[in-house]
Design a binder for this molecule. Structure first.
Ligand code: HEM
Length: 412
């Protein structure tokens, strides 16, 4: 039995016990410290919100700002100055700027454009599976889960095919979560390279527009004009950054949990129309965005009886809210037929004005990835079904994903 203090330390330091089962830690925090002051390794006072109703309210509270870089030295001290040029985008802004950027990007990133990607995504899934070994253990993450979303984003943005492996490398380097000087330097270099790359690509789209999203973004207009050059570069970066690791980890988590719950997997295989609800349930059950929902208080606010002082960082623990028994019956059970799935009550894609812009694309990718994988290899297994899953080691729990996912396709 762990104490509340153990739970706080586990979440602050991302201890091995926490990585193995953050949900046990969150269960305790929801009861004993639902708005929990913490001092994570980056050293800035942070309040972690773990209950569903508080989480939902905080995600749409205008007193909790997303304009971190403009306003907060504390944030810069965590992530450094390097990315400021790439962060001139909607995720890091409040209204009215957020409203303008989101509207402009939405007018080009339409449901029709997402749906039009369906055949390409199916082809990418099939060609990645063509390259996977059968009847021997291999790691599904580098072979399938990580390349799929970045190739899709390159397809969406109109990145030429020969540049895609470089994009994958740069995106992966930027997404590393490390506080060491070496990892910060590597991130900074990758960000500079991406900035230069997207600047050149956008110039090329201006002169020779194609039918890709980036070309469309260069043309979008409202009454005040279009996106500035820096907003275009930052938005391209955001789509890549927000859409790669999140989807890759979710594919891994989803495949791992389905293979560990054979009856649930069988239900989806026998009823293909269940794949949509299954994806919602998998996002709820063990989504990939855990606490990467940084906000800061622009004034003193109160949540769950706790005063959060002006200037403090706030993180909403989506993984905890999504297992709150006040909201979900039997929250620790994976149930692809859970009635609430249809209403998308989970907070795995956020809530409010910053609700994930890429959610329709993420859902489509997830559905096609799972259908393609389990359709082609219906008897696929974990390489070591009795073994313990290896979750990635991170300095703080912003994202949740596996370090590796050894599987056997088509076992003899
Ligand atoms: C925002 C989750 C995939 C683009 C968000 C937020 C969450 C999230 C939780 C809100 C963050 C906050 O409120 O602080 C996810 C998950 C994904 C995924 C779990 C995959 C399974 C994607 C994809 C794209 C994308 C594929 C685009 C290619 C965005 C953008 C925002 C966002 C642009 C910012 C929206 C705004 O600030 O208005 N995502 N995301 N995401 N996501 Fe996603």
């Amino acid at each position: 039995m762990i104490t509340t203090q153990d739970a706080v330390t586990a979440a602050e330091r991302c201890t091995p016990e926490y990585r193995r089962n953050p949900h046990a830690v969150y269960a305790l925090l929801r009861e004993a410290a639902p708005v929990c002051p913490m001092k994570p390794p980056h050293g800035n006072e942070t309040y972690l919100i773990t209950r569903y109703e508080d989480a939902r309210a905080a995600l749409s509270d205008p007193r909790l700002s997303k304009d971190m870089y403009g306003a907060m030295d504390a944030y810069r001290s965590i992530f450094g100055d390097s990315s400021v040029a790439l962060d001139d985008n909607m995720l890091n802004s409040d209204p009215p700027k957020h409203t303008r950027l989101r509207k402009l990007v939405n007018s080009a990133f339409t449901p029709r454009r997402v749906e039009a990607l369906r055949p390409q995504i199916q082809d990418i899934v099939e060609s990645l599976l063509d390259e996977c070994p059968t009847r021997e253990p291999f790691d599904l993450l580098p072979a399938f889960a990580f390349p799929l979303p970045i190739i899709v984003i390159c397809e969406l943005l109109g990145v030429p095919a020969q540049e895609r492996s470089r994009m994958q490398h740069l995106s992966t380097t930027v997404a590393q979560t490390g506080f060491s000087e070496e990892s910060k330097r590597a991130q900074q270099k990758a960000e500079e390279d991406l900035h230069a790359y997207f600047t050149d690509l956008i110039a090329a789209k201006h002169s020779h527009p194609g039918d890709d999203l980036l070309s469309a973004l260069t043309a979008v207009q409202d009454n005040d004009g279009g996106l500035t050059e820096n907003e275009l570069v930052s938005t391209a970066f955001l789509l890549m950054f927000a859409g790669h690791k999140t989807t890759a980890y979710l594919i891994g988590n989803a495949v791992h949990h389905l293979l560990s719950h054979p009856a649930q997997l069988r239900a989806v295989q026998e009823n293909p129309e269940l794949v949509g609800p299954a994806v919602e349930e998998l996002v709820r059950y063990d989504g990939s965005v855990e606490t990467s929902t940084f906000r800061y208080a622009t004034e003193d606010v109160e949540y769950g009886g706790m005063r959060i002082p002006k200037g403090a960082l706030v993180q909403v623990a989506l993984s905890s809210a999504n297992r709150d028994p006040q909201k979900f019956d039997a929250p620790d059970e994976l149930d692809v037929m859970r009635p609430g799935n249809a209403q998308n009550a989970h907070l795995g894609f956020g809530h409010g004005s910053h609700y994930c812009l890429g959610a329709p694309l993420a859902r489509l990718e997830m559905q096609l990835a799972l259908t393609g994988l389990f359709g082609r290899f219906p008897r696929m297994t974990l390489a070591d079904p009795a073994g313990e899953a290896k979750w990635m080691e991170v300095p703080f729990p912003a994202f949740r994903g596996l370090a590796e996912l050894p599987v056997v396709l088509d076992p003899a």
